[in-house]
Design a protein around this ligand. Sequence first.
Ligand code: C2E
Ligand code: CA
Ligand code: CA
Ligand code: CA
Length: 270
Amino acid sequence: ENAKVEMNAGGFEKFLIENHLHKAIENNELILYFQPQINLSSNKVLSFEALIRWNHPDFGLISPGDFIPIAEETGLILPIGDWVLKEACLKMREWQNAGYSPVRVAVNLSAGQFLQNDFVHKVKNILGETLIDPACLELEITENMVMHDVNQAIKSLMELKKLGVQISIDDFGTGYSSLNYLKEFPIDTLKIDRSFICDLDTNSSSVALTRAITNLAHDLNLKVVAEGVENLEQLTIVKQQSCDAVQGYYFSKPIDDTNVLQFLKKEHNK
Ligand code: C2E
Ligand code: CA
Ligand code: CA
Ligand code: CA
């Protein structure tokens, strides 16, 4: 991921990004990287989170923070979101065809994408076309996305659950929402935001908050993933607190699909 310089979007770059983004899909410039989530009871990979990058011929690898907000403003997030879903399922199909047992992939959704009328239909079609078990697809939504239109969100989530896909709340603890929705929404997993994890080794408030979130989630029969675990101290604390899984640089940065195959090969031989 660090092989190429990541660009920061200033004003001029933003203008360039906007002008080039609509061509990025047809020019095959978008790629998915994957970051493993490690199950703490088995020490094996639980799933891979798909993280988009834009491999621009002149600017190099552009990170999502520099173009997803622009894609959301311009509506390009809809075709990009469709592409991400399809590509994630195609990669799962490739890995299964290579002989590895099915591994789950988590896909990040944007509000505009999730609130489309035909979103559930799209998901169903892509799973059907790629012959992927719905249980292998995890959709990451945020608190703000569901609060935007609560009734529509509940309706979509119910249909997605019926289809058999997994639902996670991403960046948990950072959004503007009441805890009330946790009992209304059919979700499977809370992903504790990195901001609570990054200072676990030095900040007792973060320790208290991650413990409280983990206990709350478990009482509601939800799984808990700690995001952004970078060192052994943080890992030790979230293990003590009975988090179910971790994701972060301590285990692996996001990797490209070739490295995913290497990763699966190693796991297979463990
Ligand atoms: P996110 O969903 O919260 O993804 C986690 C981000 O944290 C990723 O940044 C990942 O590389 C980074 N990360 C993981 N472990 C660590 C760690 O231990 N330390 C630190 N400092 N960072 C870590 P990335 O790939 O730059 O993605 C940024 C955001 O862009 C994502 O945040 C997500 O909101 C958005 N995004 C990425 N891919 C997609 C996509 O396909 N669709 C949509 N709508 N948004 C996406
Ligand atoms: Ca995410
Ligand atoms: Ca996150
Ligand atoms: Ca985030």
